[in-house]
Ligand binder design. Structure first.
Ligand code: ADP
Length: 377
C-alpha cells in the first residue's frame, strides 16, 4: 500500500479540522517536488526540508532541522569560497522582503561544490517576514552537458578545419591553372566549389570562436589601432558581395585617425559581420551607411540599412547562439546564427556595447560603442 492512499484513508477517519490529517500528504507532496525546498523561520533556522534537498546536499533531516541555514548549508562561489553573509539569497530575501533569485553554489556534506539556481522568498504574515522559503535546482547535470557540448563543438570543428583547408588549397591551385588550362565550364564549377568551401570554412571558424567564447578562452591581441582605416578597409573589401546585389555603401569617417586599444583582426570580424548582415537582410538596390564618430572618450560605429528590419520582441534573441530569425530574406541568406553572438562577445571583451534599433520593413541600425581609453580594473 502506498503512503498517500494510506494517509487519505486515515484523513477521512479524522475530523476535518485535525491538521495532522493533512501533514503527511503535504510532506509527501514536498518530497515529490523535482526541486530542493528548504523553509526557515524568521531567524533562519530550518523548519522544513524535502527529499530532493536532502539527496542533493547529502544531509539527513535530523542534521538540518532546527539548524541555522547560513551556517549549515553553506553557499559558496565556484571555487568553494564561502559567500559574504550579505550576499546570501536568504539574507537578501529577509532584509528586502522580496524574492531573490541567484545562480550560486552549495557545499554538500562531503565538501563537494554543486552549482545551483536558487530562489529565496520571504514568507510574509500580515506584511512581516516570518520566515523564508528557498527553492533550488541542482545544475550539475546541465553543466556537465554544457561542457560536453562545448567540447564536442570544439573537437568537431578542429577535425573539420584540416580537411576543408586542404580542399581550399587544392581548389585554388586548380582554379589558377596549376594542373593545366580549364574550360570555361570547369572554371565556373571550380569557382562555385571554392565559394562553398569558403562558406564552410567560415562556419567552422565561427564554431571554433563560439567554443572559445563559451570556455571563456577568447583572448584579445591588443594593439593601439586606427579605427578610421579599419572601417575603410572593411567597407572596400566587401564591395564585390554588395555589387552582386546592386547595393551601395556610403561611408562617413572622420578625416583624422581614431585610435584605441583593440584587436584589429577581431574588430574586423565585427565590422565584416555587421556589414554583411546589413547586405544579406536588405533587398537588392538598397543603400547601407557606415558611420564612424569619435565622441569624447567613445568611438561609435553605426551600420544603417534599409532592409527587412527586426521586430522589437525578437531583438533580445539576436545575440544568442544559433539564433536565426525568420524573415523574407533569411532563406537565401546563408549563416549559422553565430555572427551576432560573436560580434557582441568581441565588443564586450573590448569593454564596449552593441545596441540595435529597428523598424520592421524599414531597416535596422546597429551601433557599436567602444571606449577609446580603458580605465584600470
Ligand atoms: P546569421 O546571419 O548567420 O543568421 P547572425 O548572428 O549574424 O547570424 O544574425 C542572427 C539573425 O539576426 C539573422 O538570422 C537575421 O534574422 C537577424 N539579423 C541580423 N542582422 C540583421 C539586419 N541587419 N537586418 C535584419 N535582420 C538581421
Amino acid at each position: 500500500m502506498n503512503k498517500v492512499s494510506g494517509t487519505r484513508r486515515s484523513g477521512a477517519q479524522q475530523a476535518p479540522n485535525d491538521h495532522r490529517a493533512y501533514q503527511a500528504p503535504t510532506q509527501a507532496m514536498l518530497n515529490s517536488l523535482g526541486e530542493g525546498l528548504i523553509v526557515t523561520n524568521e531567524y533562519g533556522a530550518i523548519t522544513t526540508v524535502n527529499a530532493y534537498a536532502l539527496k542533493a546536499l547529502g544531509f539527513t533531516e535530523q542534521e538540518l532541522l532546527g539548524k541555522w541555514l547560513p551556517k549549515t548549508i553553506i553557499a559558496v562561489d565556484e571555487f568553494g569560497r564561502p559567500l559574504q553573509q550579505l550576499d546570501l539569497p536568504i539574507v537578501k530575501a529577509l532584509s528586502s522582503g522580496q524574492s531573490v533569485s541567484a545562480h550560486t553554489h552549495y557545499l554538500t556534506k562531503i565538501g563537494e561544490v554543486i552549482p545551483i539556481y536558487v530562489t529565496a522568498s520571504p514568507i510574509l504574515t500580515e506584511g512581516t517576514p516570518t520566515g523564508v522559503i528557498e527553492v533550488f535546482r541542482d545544475l550539475t547535470t546541465e553543466q556537465q552537458l554544457d561542457v560536453a557540448k562545448e567540447e564536442f563543438v570544439s573537437l568537431a570543428s578542429h577535425q573539420l578545419r584540416t580537411p576543408a583547408t586542404a580542399v581550399k588549397s587544392i581548389l585554388s591551385m586548380l582554379s589558377s591553372g596549376d594542373f593545366g588550362p580549364l574550360s570555361p565550364a570547369q572554371k565556373k564549377y571550380i569557382d562555385k566549389a571554392m565559394a562553398s568551401n569558403d562558406r564552410q570554412l567560415q562556419v567552422i571558424e565561427s564554431l571554433l570562436n563560439a567554443a572559445l567564447v563559451d570556455a571563456g578562452k577568447m583572448e584579445l591581441d591588443l594593439d593601439y589601432i586606427d579605427l578610421t582605416s579599419l572601417v575603410q578597409e572593411a567597407a572596400s573589401d566587401q564591395s564585390s558581395f554588395r555589387q552582386a546585389r546592386s547595393q551601395s555603401l556610403q561611408i562617413r569617417v572622420p578625416s583624422h585617425e581614431v585610435r584605441l586599444l583593440g584587436d584589429a583582426t577581431k574588430l574586423r570580424m565585427v565590422l565584416d559581420n555587421l556589414i554583411s548582415n546589413a547586405s544579406k537582410y536588405s533587398p537588392a538596390g538598397s543603400n547601407i551607411t557606415l558611420i564612424l564618430k569619435r565622441d569624447s572618450d567613445r568611438a561609435n560605429i553605426t551600420v544603417v540599412d534599409e532592409g527587412v528590419g527586426i521586430p522589437a520582441e525578437q531583438i533580445p534573441r539576436l545575440f544568442t547562439k544559433f539564433a536565426r530569425l525568420e524573415n523574407e530574406l533569411s532563406h537565401n541568406a546563408g549563416g549559422a546564427g553565430l555572427g551576432l553572438f560573436l560580434t557582441k562577445s568581441i565588443i564586450e571583451l573590448h569593454r564596449g556595447e552593441l545596441s540595435v534599433e529597428s523598424t520592421p520593413g524599414e531597416g535596422s541600425t546597429f551601433i557599436v560603442s567602444l571606449p577609446t581609453k580603458w580605465s584600470l580594473g
